[in-house]
Write a protein that binds this ligand. Sequence first.
Ligand SMILES: Cc1cc2nc3c(=O)[nH]c(=O)nc-3n(C[C@H](O)[C@H](O)[C@H](O)COP(=O)(O)OP(=O)(O)OC[C@H]3O[C@@H](n4cnc5c(N)ncnc54)[C@H](O)[C@@H]3O)c2cc1C
Length: 306
Amino acid sequence: MRCRAGLQFNEPLGRHTRIGTGGPAALLALARSAEDVRNVVTMCSQKGWPLMVIGKGSNLLVPDEGFQGCMLKLAGELRSIELDVRHGIVRAGGGASLMGLGLLLARGGYPEFTYMGVIPGSVGGAVRMNAGIDSREAIEKDFLRLRALDPATGETVIIEKDEIGFAYRTSCLAGRPLIILEAVFRLPANILPAHETLAALRALLKRRHAAQPRCYRTFGSTFKNPPAPARAAGWYLEQVGMRGMHLGGAMVAREHANWILNTGGATSSDVLSLMRTGRTRVFETFGIHLEEEVIVAAQAARMPVK
Ligand SMILES: Cc1cc2nc3c(=O)[nH]c(=O)nc-3n(C[C@H](O)[C@H](O)[C@H](O)COP(=O)(O)OP(=O)(O)OC[C@H]3O[C@@H](n4cnc5c(N)ncnc54)[C@H](O)[C@@H]3O)c2cc1C
Protein backbone atom coordinates (compact mmCIF):
# COMPACT_ATOMS: atom_id res chain seq x y z
CA MET A 1 0.00 0.00 0.00
CA ARG A 2 1.31 3.46 -0.90
CA CYS A 3 1.27 6.02 1.91
CA ARG A 4 0.98 9.62 0.69
CA ALA A 5 1.83 11.22 4.05
CA GLY A 6 5.30 12.86 4.21
CA LEU A 7 7.68 10.30 5.71
CA GLN A 8 11.04 11.05 7.35
CA PHE A 9 13.19 8.20 8.58
CA ASN A 10 15.39 8.42 11.66
CA GLU A 11 14.11 11.92 12.45
CA PRO A 12 15.64 13.51 15.60
CA LEU A 13 12.71 14.25 17.93
CA GLY A 14 14.63 17.02 19.69
CA ARG A 15 13.59 19.10 16.63
CA HIS A 16 9.94 18.45 17.44
CA THR A 17 9.86 18.92 21.23
CA ARG A 18 9.96 22.25 23.07
CA ILE A 19 12.53 20.99 25.59
CA GLY A 20 14.71 19.99 22.61
CA THR A 21 15.94 16.62 23.92
CA GLY A 22 15.34 13.05 22.84
CA GLY A 23 16.61 10.60 20.26
CA PRO A 24 15.21 9.88 16.82
CA ALA A 25 11.89 8.39 15.77
CA ALA A 26 12.37 5.44 13.43
CA LEU A 27 9.76 7.21 11.30
CA LEU A 28 8.04 10.60 11.44
CA ALA A 29 4.90 10.81 9.30
CA LEU A 30 3.37 14.16 8.40
CA ALA A 31 -0.36 13.70 7.69
CA ARG A 32 -2.13 16.52 5.84
CA SER A 33 -5.63 15.02 5.82
CA ALA A 34 -7.78 12.42 7.58
CA GLU A 35 -7.07 10.11 4.66
CA ASP A 36 -3.31 10.48 5.24
CA VAL A 37 -3.86 9.60 8.91
CA ARG A 38 -5.80 6.48 7.95
CA ASN A 39 -3.05 5.47 5.50
CA VAL A 40 -0.38 5.87 8.19
CA VAL A 41 -2.45 3.79 10.64
CA THR A 42 -2.86 1.05 8.02
CA MET A 43 0.85 1.13 7.17
CA CYS A 44 1.82 0.81 10.85
CA SER A 45 -0.66 -2.01 11.30
CA GLN A 46 0.73 -3.90 8.30
CA LYS A 47 4.33 -3.44 9.43
CA GLY A 48 3.62 -3.99 13.13
CA TRP A 49 5.08 -0.58 14.10
CA PRO A 50 4.05 1.19 17.32
CA LEU A 51 2.36 4.52 16.60
CA MET A 52 2.23 7.68 18.67
CA VAL A 53 0.81 11.08 17.78
CA ILE A 54 2.86 14.19 18.55
CA GLY A 55 1.37 17.68 18.63
CA LYS A 56 3.76 20.58 19.03
CA GLY A 57 5.82 18.61 21.54
CA SER A 58 5.25 21.24 24.27
CA ASN A 59 4.58 18.67 26.96
CA LEU A 60 6.61 15.74 25.78
CA LEU A 61 9.88 14.17 26.92
CA VAL A 62 11.26 11.62 24.48
CA PRO A 63 13.90 9.10 25.69
CA ASP A 64 17.48 9.62 24.48
CA GLU A 65 17.18 6.19 22.83
CA GLY A 66 14.39 7.62 20.65
CA PHE A 67 11.11 6.06 19.64
CA GLN A 68 11.19 2.73 17.84
CA GLY A 69 8.05 3.29 15.85
CA CYS A 70 6.13 5.93 13.92
CA MET A 71 5.50 9.43 15.32
CA LEU A 72 2.51 10.97 13.57
CA LYS A 73 2.26 14.74 13.20
CA LEU A 74 -0.78 16.56 11.84
CA ALA A 75 -0.40 19.24 9.15
CA GLY A 76 -2.25 20.76 6.16
CA GLU A 77 -6.04 20.79 6.51
CA LEU A 78 -5.70 19.18 9.97
CA ARG A 79 -4.36 22.55 11.16
CA SER A 80 -7.27 24.63 9.89
CA ILE A 81 -9.70 26.68 12.00
CA GLU A 82 -13.28 27.49 10.96
CA LEU A 83 -15.35 30.06 12.83
CA ASP A 84 -19.03 29.27 12.25
CA VAL A 85 -20.76 32.20 13.93
CA ARG A 86 -24.18 31.31 12.47
CA HIS A 87 -24.19 27.96 14.31
CA GLY A 88 -22.34 29.37 17.32
CA ILE A 89 -19.36 27.02 17.05
CA VAL A 90 -15.68 27.01 16.15
CA ARG A 91 -14.02 23.94 14.60
CA ALA A 92 -10.28 23.49 14.92
CA GLY A 93 -8.11 20.79 13.38
CA GLY A 94 -6.21 18.56 15.82
CA GLY A 95 -2.93 20.00 14.54
CA ALA A 96 -4.05 23.67 14.73
CA SER A 97 -2.12 25.98 17.05
CA LEU A 98 -3.94 26.58 20.34
CA MET A 99 -2.39 30.05 20.61
CA GLY A 100 -3.55 30.76 17.03
CA LEU A 101 -7.08 29.71 18.01
CA GLY A 102 -6.95 31.88 21.14
CA LEU A 103 -5.79 34.90 19.12
CA LEU A 104 -8.47 34.40 16.47
CA LEU A 105 -11.19 34.21 19.13
CA ALA A 106 -9.81 37.26 20.93
CA ARG A 107 -9.97 39.14 17.61
CA GLY A 108 -13.58 37.97 17.35
CA GLY A 109 -14.34 39.50 20.77
CA TYR A 110 -14.84 36.23 22.70
CA PRO A 111 -13.46 36.72 26.24
CA GLU A 112 -13.88 33.07 27.34
CA PHE A 113 -10.95 31.81 25.29
CA THR A 114 -8.23 34.22 26.39
CA TYR A 115 -6.39 31.42 28.23
CA MET A 116 -5.89 29.54 24.94
CA GLY A 117 -3.80 32.40 23.60
CA VAL A 118 -1.05 31.84 26.20
CA ILE A 119 -0.63 28.04 26.15
CA PRO A 120 1.78 26.55 23.62
CA GLY A 121 0.71 23.42 21.78
CA SER A 122 -1.79 22.04 19.31
CA VAL A 123 -5.54 21.71 19.75
CA GLY A 124 -5.27 17.88 19.79
CA GLY A 125 -2.58 17.95 22.49
CA ALA A 126 -4.58 20.50 24.50
CA VAL A 127 -7.73 18.35 24.43
CA ARG A 128 -5.78 15.22 25.44
CA MET A 129 -4.18 17.18 28.32
CA ASN A 130 -7.24 19.30 29.20
CA ALA A 131 -4.81 22.23 29.08
CA GLY A 132 -5.67 25.37 30.97
CA ILE A 133 -4.41 28.07 33.26
CA ASP A 134 -6.48 26.93 36.25
CA SER A 135 -9.36 24.56 36.88
CA ARG A 136 -11.98 26.94 35.44
CA GLU A 137 -10.06 28.28 32.44
CA ALA A 138 -9.40 24.97 30.71
CA ILE A 139 -10.29 23.16 27.47
CA GLU A 140 -13.25 21.35 28.99
CA LYS A 141 -15.08 24.67 29.57
CA ASP A 142 -16.60 25.40 26.16
CA PHE A 143 -15.75 22.08 24.55
CA LEU A 144 -18.55 20.31 22.64
CA ARG A 145 -17.15 17.25 20.84
CA LEU A 146 -14.25 15.84 18.88
CA ARG A 147 -13.77 13.80 15.75
CA ALA A 148 -10.98 11.26 15.94
CA LEU A 149 -9.57 8.24 14.22
CA ASP A 150 -9.43 5.12 16.37
CA PRO A 151 -6.24 3.26 15.39
CA ALA A 152 -7.59 0.06 16.97
CA THR A 153 -10.46 -0.14 14.44
CA GLY A 154 -9.41 2.28 11.69
CA GLU A 155 -12.82 3.99 12.11
CA THR A 156 -13.61 7.68 12.55
CA VAL A 157 -15.50 8.33 15.78
CA ILE A 158 -17.35 11.34 17.20
CA ILE A 159 -16.96 11.73 20.96
CA GLU A 160 -19.16 14.09 22.95
CA LYS A 161 -17.87 16.08 25.92
CA ASP A 162 -19.51 13.89 28.59
CA GLU A 163 -17.71 10.80 27.23
CA ILE A 164 -14.26 12.37 27.47
CA GLY A 165 -13.81 12.27 31.24
CA PHE A 166 -11.99 15.58 31.52
CA ALA A 167 -10.06 15.99 34.77
CA TYR A 168 -7.19 18.15 35.98
CA ARG A 169 -4.63 18.12 33.12
CA THR A 170 -5.88 14.85 31.72
CA SER A 171 -8.81 13.09 30.09
CA CYS A 172 -9.78 9.48 29.53
CA LEU A 173 -8.09 9.86 26.13
CA ALA A 174 -4.89 9.07 28.09
CA GLY A 175 -6.19 5.51 28.38
CA ARG A 176 -7.96 5.37 25.02
CA PRO A 177 -5.43 6.58 22.51
CA LEU A 178 -7.34 8.17 19.65
CA ILE A 179 -5.94 10.46 16.99
CA ILE A 180 -7.86 13.72 17.41
CA LEU A 181 -8.59 15.12 13.96
CA GLU A 182 -10.88 17.99 14.99
CA ALA A 183 -12.31 19.60 18.12
CA VAL A 184 -15.51 21.67 18.24
CA PHE A 185 -16.11 24.43 20.81
CA ARG A 186 -19.26 26.40 21.59
CA LEU A 187 -19.08 30.15 20.94
CA PRO A 188 -20.70 31.98 23.86
CA ALA A 189 -23.31 34.58 22.94
CA ASN A 190 -21.68 37.52 24.72
CA ILE A 191 -19.15 39.34 22.57
CA LEU A 192 -16.98 42.26 23.66
CA PRO A 193 -15.25 44.84 21.47
CA ALA A 194 -12.13 43.17 20.00
CA HIS A 195 -9.82 45.80 21.50
CA GLU A 196 -10.95 44.70 24.99
CA THR A 197 -10.42 40.97 24.44
CA LEU A 198 -7.06 41.61 22.74
CA ALA A 199 -6.00 43.84 25.64
CA ALA A 200 -6.98 41.06 28.09
CA LEU A 201 -4.86 38.58 26.13
CA ARG A 202 -1.86 40.94 26.09
CA ALA A 203 -2.22 41.51 29.85
CA LEU A 204 -2.34 37.77 30.57
CA LEU A 205 0.73 37.18 28.40
CA LYS A 206 2.57 39.96 30.22
CA ARG A 207 1.70 38.49 33.65
CA ARG A 208 2.94 35.06 32.58
CA HIS A 209 6.14 36.41 31.05
CA ALA A 210 6.89 38.24 34.28
CA ALA A 211 6.45 35.07 36.37
CA GLN A 212 7.97 32.44 34.09
CA PRO A 213 11.44 31.86 32.66
CA ARG A 214 11.83 33.01 29.07
CA CYS A 215 14.32 32.28 26.29
CA TYR A 216 14.90 28.67 27.35
CA ARG A 217 13.64 25.39 26.05
CA THR A 218 11.20 23.75 28.48
CA PHE A 219 7.96 21.77 28.68
CA GLY A 220 6.42 24.10 31.26
CA SER A 221 5.21 22.50 34.49
CA THR A 222 6.92 19.21 35.26
CA PHE A 223 4.52 17.93 37.92
CA LYS A 224 0.79 18.43 38.49
CA ASN A 225 -0.23 20.38 41.56
CA PRO A 226 -1.29 17.90 44.27
CA PRO A 227 -4.98 18.11 45.24
CA ALA A 228 -6.11 20.68 47.84
CA PRO A 229 -5.43 21.39 50.65
CA ALA A 230 -1.82 20.71 49.56
CA ARG A 231 0.19 23.59 48.12
CA ALA A 232 1.39 23.93 44.52
CA ALA A 233 4.05 21.45 43.31
CA GLY A 234 6.54 24.31 42.82
CA TRP A 235 6.30 25.29 46.50
CA TYR A 236 7.35 21.81 47.70
CA LEU A 237 10.15 21.60 45.12
CA GLU A 238 11.44 24.97 46.26
CA GLN A 239 11.39 23.92 49.95
CA VAL A 240 13.58 20.88 49.19
CA GLY A 241 16.21 23.00 47.45
CA MET A 242 15.47 22.19 43.82
CA ARG A 243 15.44 25.79 42.59
CA GLY A 244 18.46 26.41 40.33
CA MET A 245 19.75 22.80 40.57
CA HIS A 246 21.86 21.80 37.53
CA LEU A 247 22.50 18.44 35.94
CA GLY A 248 24.37 18.37 32.63
CA GLY A 249 22.57 20.85 30.41
CA ALA A 250 19.33 20.70 32.42
CA MET A 251 18.46 23.12 35.19
CA VAL A 252 15.52 23.70 37.51
CA ALA A 253 14.37 27.26 36.78
CA ARG A 254 15.29 29.87 39.39
CA GLU A 255 11.97 31.65 38.77
CA HIS A 256 9.80 28.53 39.12
CA ALA A 257 10.97 25.28 40.78
CA ASN A 258 8.37 23.22 38.86
CA TRP A 259 9.97 24.10 35.50
CA ILE A 260 13.02 22.36 34.06
CA LEU A 261 15.02 24.17 31.39
CA ASN A 262 17.38 22.97 28.70
CA THR A 263 20.18 25.52 29.06
CA GLY A 264 22.03 23.91 26.14
CA GLY A 265 23.04 20.34 25.40
CA ALA A 266 20.67 18.73 27.93
CA THR A 267 19.70 15.10 27.45
CA SER A 268 16.40 13.53 28.45
CA SER A 269 18.35 11.51 31.06
CA ASP A 270 19.52 14.79 32.66
CA VAL A 271 15.92 15.98 32.80
CA LEU A 272 14.64 12.65 34.17
CA SER A 273 17.33 12.63 36.89
CA LEU A 274 16.31 16.11 38.05
CA MET A 275 12.68 14.98 38.06
CA ARG A 276 13.53 11.89 40.14
CA THR A 277 15.58 13.93 42.63
CA GLY A 278 12.78 16.47 43.10
CA ARG A 279 10.08 13.86 43.49
CA THR A 280 12.11 11.77 45.96
CA ARG A 281 13.04 14.78 48.11
CA VAL A 282 9.43 16.00 48.24
CA PHE A 283 8.18 12.54 49.20
CA GLU A 284 10.85 12.05 51.87
CA THR A 285 10.28 15.51 53.36
CA PHE A 286 6.52 15.99 53.05
CA GLY A 287 5.13 12.50 52.24
CA ILE A 288 3.59 13.99 49.08
CA HIS A 289 3.79 12.07 45.81
CA LEU A 290 4.17 14.41 42.85
CA GLU A 291 2.53 13.12 39.69
CA GLU A 292 4.11 13.95 36.33
CA GLU A 293 2.29 16.43 34.13
CA VAL A 294 4.83 16.02 31.34
CA ILE A 295 4.23 12.99 29.13
CA VAL A 296 7.33 10.80 29.12
CA ALA A 297 7.08 9.15 25.71
CA ALA A 298 8.36 5.74 26.79
CA GLN A 299 5.53 5.65 29.30
CA ALA A 300 2.92 7.14 26.98
CA ALA A 301 0.35 4.70 25.63
CA ARG A 302 1.37 3.50 22.22
CA MET A 303 -1.54 3.14 19.92
CA PRO A 304 -2.81 -0.38 19.46
CA VAL A 305 -3.01 -0.35 15.68
CA LYS A 306 -5.52 -2.74 14.14
C1 LIG B 1 6.36 27.43 28.06
C2 LIG B 1 5.24 26.47 28.31
C3 LIG B 1 4.13 26.85 29.05
C4 LIG B 1 3.09 25.97 29.29
N1 LIG B 1 2.01 26.40 30.01
C5 LIG B 1 0.95 25.56 30.17
C6 LIG B 1 -0.22 26.01 30.87
O1 LIG B 1 -0.31 27.13 31.33
N2 LIG B 1 -1.24 25.13 31.00
C7 LIG B 1 -1.20 23.86 30.50
O2 LIG B 1 -2.19 23.12 30.62
N3 LIG B 1 -0.10 23.42 29.83
C8 LIG B 1 0.95 24.23 29.65
N4 LIG B 1 2.07 23.79 28.99
C9 LIG B 1 2.10 22.40 28.50
C10 LIG B 1 1.59 22.27 27.04
O3 LIG B 1 1.55 23.51 26.43
C11 LIG B 1 0.19 21.63 26.98
O4 LIG B 1 0.15 20.39 27.66
C12 LIG B 1 -0.26 21.42 25.54
O5 LIG B 1 -1.63 21.14 25.54
C13 LIG B 1 0.47 20.28 24.83
O6 LIG B 1 0.08 20.30 23.46
P1 LIG B 1 1.05 19.72 22.35
O7 LIG B 1 0.36 19.81 21.03
O8 LIG B 1 2.36 20.37 22.41
O9 LIG B 1 1.11 18.18 22.78
P2 LIG B 1 2.40 17.25 22.84
O10 LIG B 1 3.32 17.73 23.88
O11 LIG B 1 2.95 17.06 21.47
O12 LIG B 1 1.72 15.88 23.31
C14 LIG B 1 1.11 15.79 24.59
C15 LIG B 1 0.20 14.56 24.59
O13 LIG B 1 -0.90 14.79 23.73
C16 LIG B 1 -0.99 13.74 22.75
N5 LIG B 1 -1.48 14.36 21.52
C17 LIG B 1 -0.96 15.41 20.83
N6 LIG B 1 -1.70 15.67 19.74
C18 LIG B 1 -2.70 14.74 19.73
C19 LIG B 1 -3.78 14.46 18.83
N7 LIG B 1 -4.00 15.18 17.72
N8 LIG B 1 -4.57 13.42 19.12
C20 LIG B 1 -4.39 12.67 20.24
N9 LIG B 1 -3.40 12.88 21.13
C21 LIG B 1 -2.56 13.92 20.86
C22 LIG B 1 0.42 13.19 22.64
O14 LIG B 1 0.42 11.85 22.15
C23 LIG B 1 0.88 13.28 24.07
O15 LIG B 1 0.39 12.18 24.80
C24 LIG B 1 3.14 24.66 28.75
C25 LIG B 1 4.25 24.25 27.99
C26 LIG B 1 5.27 25.15 27.76
C27 LIG B 1 6.44 24.72 26.90
